[in-house]
Design a protein around this ligand. Sequence first.
Ligand code: BEZ
Ligand code: FE
Length: 292
Amino acid sequence: MTEYFTEARSAEAVIARNAAENPRLQQVMAVIVTKLHEAVKEIEPTQDEWMQAIQFLTETGHMCSDWRQEFILLSDILGVSMLVDAINNRKPSGASESTVLGPFHVEDAPELPMGADICLDQKGTPMRVHGRIVDTEGNPVAGAKIDVWQANDEGFYDVQQKGIQPDFNLRGVFRTGADGRYHFRGVKPKFYPIPDDGPVGRLLRALGRHPYRPAHLHYIITAPGFAPLITHIFDPDDPYIASDAVFGVKESLLAAFKPVDDPALIAAAGFAGPFLDTEFDFILARAQTPPK
Ligand code: BEZ
Ligand code: FE
Protein backbone atom coordinates (compact mmCIF):
# COMPACT_ATOMS: atom_id res chain seq x y z
CA MET A 1 0.00 0.00 0.00
CA THR A 2 1.28 3.48 -0.85
CA GLU A 3 2.57 5.34 2.19
CA TYR A 4 1.92 9.06 1.66
CA PHE A 5 4.19 11.50 3.45
CA THR A 6 3.07 12.62 6.92
CA GLU A 7 5.04 14.40 9.63
CA ALA A 8 4.49 11.50 12.02
CA ARG A 9 5.75 8.79 9.62
CA SER A 10 8.12 10.90 7.50
CA ALA A 11 11.14 8.58 7.76
CA GLU A 12 9.06 5.45 7.04
CA ALA A 13 7.64 7.09 3.90
CA VAL A 14 11.13 7.74 2.54
CA ILE A 15 12.56 4.34 3.51
CA ALA A 16 9.61 2.51 1.92
CA ARG A 17 10.45 4.21 -1.41
CA ASN A 18 14.10 3.03 -1.41
CA ALA A 19 14.75 -0.19 -3.31
CA ALA A 20 18.52 -0.31 -3.66
CA GLU A 21 20.00 -3.41 -5.28
CA ASN A 22 22.92 -3.06 -2.90
CA PRO A 23 21.68 -4.29 0.52
CA ARG A 24 24.38 -2.33 2.39
CA LEU A 25 23.24 0.90 0.72
CA GLN A 26 19.63 0.05 1.59
CA GLN A 27 20.60 -0.50 5.25
CA VAL A 28 22.85 2.56 5.52
CA MET A 29 20.25 4.88 4.00
CA ALA A 30 17.49 3.52 6.25
CA VAL A 31 19.61 4.30 9.33
CA ILE A 32 20.63 7.73 8.05
CA VAL A 33 17.09 8.74 7.08
CA THR A 34 15.74 7.53 10.44
CA LYS A 35 18.34 9.42 12.49
CA LEU A 36 18.20 12.54 10.30
CA HIS A 37 14.43 12.77 10.57
CA GLU A 38 14.71 12.21 14.35
CA ALA A 39 17.18 15.11 14.56
CA VAL A 40 15.01 17.43 12.45
CA LYS A 41 11.94 16.57 14.57
CA GLU A 42 13.85 17.33 17.76
CA ILE A 43 15.45 20.55 16.47
CA GLU A 44 12.42 21.85 14.53
CA PRO A 45 14.56 24.17 12.38
CA THR A 46 13.03 27.29 10.89
CA GLN A 47 13.19 27.48 7.09
CA ASP A 48 15.93 30.07 7.54
CA GLU A 49 18.00 27.82 9.82
CA TRP A 50 17.68 24.94 7.35
CA MET A 51 18.99 27.23 4.58
CA GLN A 52 21.94 28.17 6.82
CA ALA A 53 22.77 24.47 7.20
CA ILE A 54 22.56 23.96 3.41
CA GLN A 55 24.74 27.04 2.90
CA PHE A 56 27.33 25.70 5.38
CA LEU A 57 27.56 22.36 3.54
CA THR A 58 27.74 24.17 0.19
CA GLU A 59 30.68 26.26 1.42
CA THR A 60 32.32 23.15 2.84
CA GLY A 61 32.17 21.58 -0.62
CA HIS A 62 33.44 24.73 -2.33
CA MET A 63 36.44 24.79 0.05
CA CYS A 64 37.56 21.32 -1.10
CA SER A 65 40.38 20.98 -3.62
CA ASP A 66 43.13 18.47 -4.41
CA TRP A 67 45.02 19.63 -1.30
CA ARG A 68 42.19 20.70 1.03
CA GLN A 69 39.47 18.31 2.25
CA GLU A 70 37.06 20.40 4.31
CA PHE A 71 34.61 17.50 4.75
CA ILE A 72 37.33 15.43 6.45
CA LEU A 73 38.09 18.39 8.72
CA LEU A 74 34.38 18.55 9.54
CA SER A 75 34.36 14.85 10.35
CA ASP A 76 37.53 15.40 12.45
CA ILE A 77 36.13 18.18 14.64
CA LEU A 78 32.85 16.28 15.14
CA GLY A 79 34.80 13.28 16.46
CA VAL A 80 33.55 11.08 13.61
CA SER A 81 37.02 10.44 12.13
CA MET A 82 38.19 9.12 15.50
CA LEU A 83 35.02 7.03 15.90
CA VAL A 84 35.43 5.40 12.47
CA ASP A 85 39.11 4.83 13.31
CA ALA A 86 38.19 3.19 16.63
CA ILE A 87 35.58 0.91 15.02
CA ASN A 88 38.02 -0.22 12.34
CA ASN A 89 41.06 -0.64 14.58
CA ARG A 90 39.85 -2.60 17.58
CA LYS A 91 43.12 -4.03 18.85
CA PRO A 92 43.92 -7.05 20.99
CA SER A 93 44.85 -6.08 24.51
CA GLY A 94 48.36 -4.68 24.79
CA ALA A 95 48.66 -3.53 21.16
CA SER A 96 49.42 0.14 20.48
CA GLU A 97 46.37 2.28 19.79
CA SER A 98 45.74 4.08 16.52
CA THR A 99 44.71 7.65 15.83
CA VAL A 100 43.89 9.89 12.84
CA LEU A 101 46.12 9.97 9.75
CA GLY A 102 45.68 13.70 9.06
CA PRO A 103 46.24 15.45 5.72
CA PHE A 104 50.02 15.95 5.84
CA HIS A 105 51.39 12.49 5.06
CA VAL A 106 53.39 12.22 1.82
CA GLU A 107 53.85 8.91 0.04
CA ASP A 108 57.43 9.17 -1.15
CA ALA A 109 59.43 10.26 1.89
CA PRO A 110 63.06 9.06 1.69
CA GLU A 111 64.18 5.81 3.33
CA LEU A 112 67.01 6.76 5.71
CA PRO A 113 69.68 4.83 7.62
CA MET A 114 68.69 4.07 11.21
CA GLY A 115 69.76 6.94 13.46
CA ALA A 116 69.48 9.63 10.75
CA ASP A 117 68.45 13.21 11.51
CA ILE A 118 65.11 14.02 9.80
CA CYS A 119 65.53 17.73 10.58
CA LEU A 120 67.15 19.15 7.44
CA ASP A 121 67.35 22.81 8.51
CA GLN A 122 68.78 22.49 12.05
CA LYS A 123 65.93 24.62 13.46
CA GLY A 124 64.45 23.87 16.87
CA THR A 125 65.31 21.87 19.98
CA PRO A 126 66.98 18.60 18.94
CA MET A 127 65.23 15.43 19.98
CA ARG A 128 66.30 11.79 20.05
CA VAL A 129 63.44 9.40 19.43
CA HIS A 130 63.97 5.71 20.04
CA GLY A 131 62.35 2.49 21.14
CA ARG A 132 61.34 -0.92 19.89
CA ILE A 133 58.77 -2.39 17.55
CA VAL A 134 57.47 -5.54 19.22
CA ASP A 135 54.58 -8.00 18.92
CA THR A 136 51.98 -8.47 21.66
CA GLU A 137 54.24 -11.10 23.30
CA GLY A 138 57.13 -8.63 23.45
CA ASN A 139 59.20 -10.24 20.66
CA PRO A 140 61.09 -7.82 18.40
CA VAL A 141 59.57 -7.26 14.95
CA ALA A 142 62.29 -7.30 12.30
CA GLY A 143 61.74 -5.63 8.93
CA ALA A 144 59.12 -3.19 10.24
CA LYS A 145 58.81 -0.04 8.12
CA ILE A 146 58.49 3.12 10.22
CA ASP A 147 57.18 6.11 8.27
CA VAL A 148 57.43 9.19 10.50
CA TRP A 149 56.53 12.85 9.94
CA GLN A 150 56.19 15.84 12.21
CA ALA A 151 55.61 19.60 12.31
CA ASN A 152 58.60 21.86 13.04
CA ASP A 153 59.29 24.04 16.06
CA GLU A 154 56.84 26.64 14.73
CA GLY A 155 54.01 24.15 14.12
CA PHE A 156 54.29 23.82 10.32
CA TYR A 157 54.79 20.78 8.10
CA ASP A 158 57.21 21.09 5.15
CA VAL A 159 54.29 20.85 2.69
CA GLN A 160 52.75 23.97 4.29
CA GLN A 161 55.97 25.96 3.87
CA LYS A 162 57.30 25.12 0.43
CA GLY A 163 60.38 27.27 -0.26
CA ILE A 164 60.76 28.00 3.48
CA GLN A 165 61.43 24.47 4.76
CA PRO A 166 63.47 22.02 2.66
CA ASP A 167 61.38 19.36 0.86
CA PHE A 168 60.95 16.26 3.05
CA ASN A 169 61.99 18.20 6.15
CA LEU A 170 61.06 16.25 9.29
CA ARG A 171 60.01 13.12 7.39
CA GLY A 172 61.70 9.79 7.00
CA VAL A 173 61.24 6.06 6.56
CA PHE A 174 63.25 3.63 8.70
CA ARG A 175 63.40 -0.16 8.77
CA THR A 176 64.06 -2.25 11.86
CA GLY A 177 66.73 -4.96 12.03
CA ALA A 178 66.57 -8.24 13.96
CA ASP A 179 66.40 -6.46 17.36
CA GLY A 180 63.25 -4.49 16.38
CA ARG A 181 64.91 -1.30 17.60
CA TYR A 182 64.56 2.10 15.96
CA HIS A 183 66.16 5.47 16.59
CA PHE A 184 66.33 8.76 14.77
CA ARG A 185 66.73 12.46 15.45
CA GLY A 186 64.11 15.15 14.99
CA VAL A 187 63.16 18.36 16.78
CA LYS A 188 60.60 19.17 19.43
CA PRO A 189 57.36 19.72 17.49
CA LYS A 190 54.99 22.56 18.35
CA PHE A 191 51.20 22.57 18.59
CA TYR A 192 49.44 23.96 15.51
CA PRO A 193 45.96 24.88 14.30
CA ILE A 194 44.12 22.65 11.84
CA PRO A 195 43.31 24.67 8.68
CA ASP A 196 40.73 27.12 10.09
CA ASP A 197 40.24 29.69 7.35
CA GLY A 198 37.10 27.96 6.02
CA PRO A 199 33.62 26.98 7.22
CA VAL A 200 34.99 24.41 9.70
CA GLY A 201 37.12 27.12 11.36
CA ARG A 202 34.05 29.37 11.52
CA LEU A 203 32.03 26.56 13.09
CA LEU A 204 34.77 25.97 15.71
CA ARG A 205 34.75 29.67 16.63
CA ALA A 206 30.94 29.74 16.79
CA LEU A 207 31.10 26.73 19.13
CA GLY A 208 33.62 28.49 21.40
CA ARG A 209 36.35 25.98 20.45
CA HIS A 210 39.98 26.51 19.44
CA PRO A 211 41.51 24.85 16.33
CA TYR A 212 44.74 23.54 17.93
CA ARG A 213 46.26 20.07 17.93
CA PRO A 214 48.81 19.32 20.67
CA ALA A 215 52.42 18.67 19.57
CA HIS A 216 52.87 15.17 18.15
CA LEU A 217 54.86 12.94 15.82
CA HIS A 218 52.96 10.87 13.23
CA TYR A 219 53.74 7.24 12.44
CA ILE A 220 52.63 4.62 9.97
CA ILE A 221 54.21 1.32 10.99
CA THR A 222 53.85 -1.72 8.75
CA ALA A 223 55.42 -5.18 8.94
CA PRO A 224 54.64 -8.45 7.15
CA GLY A 225 52.05 -10.45 9.09
CA PHE A 226 50.97 -7.49 11.24
CA ALA A 227 48.08 -5.04 11.02
CA PRO A 228 49.30 -1.60 9.89
CA LEU A 229 49.45 0.92 12.72
CA ILE A 230 48.60 4.57 12.01
CA THR A 231 49.26 6.55 15.13
CA HIS A 232 50.98 9.49 16.86
CA ILE A 233 53.01 10.06 19.99
CA PHE A 234 52.16 13.20 21.94
CA ASP A 235 53.98 15.65 24.20
CA PRO A 236 52.10 15.22 27.50
CA ASP A 237 53.09 18.73 28.65
CA ASP A 238 51.54 20.46 25.64
CA PRO A 239 49.00 23.19 26.53
CA TYR A 240 46.41 21.57 24.23
CA ILE A 241 46.92 17.96 25.32
CA ALA A 242 43.46 17.79 26.92
CA SER A 243 41.60 19.67 24.19
CA ASP A 244 42.84 18.37 20.79
CA ALA A 245 40.56 19.93 18.14
CA VAL A 246 40.18 16.52 16.46
CA PHE A 247 40.03 14.26 19.59
CA GLY A 248 43.13 12.33 18.47
CA VAL A 249 44.82 12.03 21.90
CA LYS A 250 44.77 8.70 23.73
CA GLU A 251 46.38 8.26 27.11
CA SER A 252 48.48 5.33 25.90
CA LEU A 253 50.07 7.59 23.24
CA LEU A 254 51.55 10.12 25.67
CA ALA A 255 55.34 9.94 25.46
CA ALA A 256 57.75 11.66 27.83
CA PHE A 257 59.90 14.34 26.13
CA LYS A 258 62.76 14.25 28.69
CA PRO A 259 65.31 17.11 28.71
CA VAL A 260 68.95 15.93 28.80
CA ASP A 261 71.49 18.57 29.87
CA ASP A 262 74.22 16.51 31.54
CA PRO A 263 77.38 17.14 29.42
CA ALA A 264 78.49 13.49 29.75
CA LEU A 265 75.12 12.21 28.49
CA ILE A 266 75.07 14.82 25.72
CA ALA A 267 78.52 13.74 24.56
CA ALA A 268 77.65 10.03 24.81
CA ALA A 269 74.57 10.58 22.61
CA GLY A 270 76.65 12.56 20.09
CA PHE A 271 74.68 15.83 20.43
CA ALA A 272 76.31 19.27 20.43
CA GLY A 273 74.15 20.57 23.32
CA PRO A 274 71.07 19.84 25.43
CA PHE A 275 68.42 17.70 23.75
CA LEU A 276 65.15 15.94 24.46
CA ASP A 277 65.04 12.19 24.80
CA THR A 278 61.84 10.37 23.84
CA GLU A 279 61.53 6.64 24.22
CA PHE A 280 58.44 4.85 22.95
CA ASP A 281 57.77 1.20 22.11
CA PHE A 282 55.14 0.34 19.50
CA ILE A 283 53.31 -2.96 19.92
CA LEU A 284 51.91 -4.40 16.70
CA ALA A 285 48.83 -6.62 16.49
CA ARG A 286 48.96 -9.64 14.17
CA ALA A 287 47.07 -9.25 10.88
CA GLN A 288 43.64 -10.86 11.12
CA THR A 289 43.86 -12.69 7.80
CA PRO A 290 47.25 -14.30 7.27
CA PRO A 291 48.96 -13.14 4.05
CA LYS A 292 48.59 -15.61 1.15
C1 BEZ B 1 47.39 16.26 11.61
O1 BEZ B 1 47.72 15.83 12.69
O2 BEZ B 1 48.28 16.36 10.76
C2 BEZ B 1 45.96 16.67 11.36
C3 BEZ B 1 44.93 15.82 11.72
C4 BEZ B 1 43.61 16.19 11.49
C5 BEZ B 1 43.33 17.42 10.91
C6 BEZ B 1 44.37 18.27 10.55
C7 BEZ B 1 45.70 17.90 10.79
FE1 FE C 1 49.82 16.41 12.63
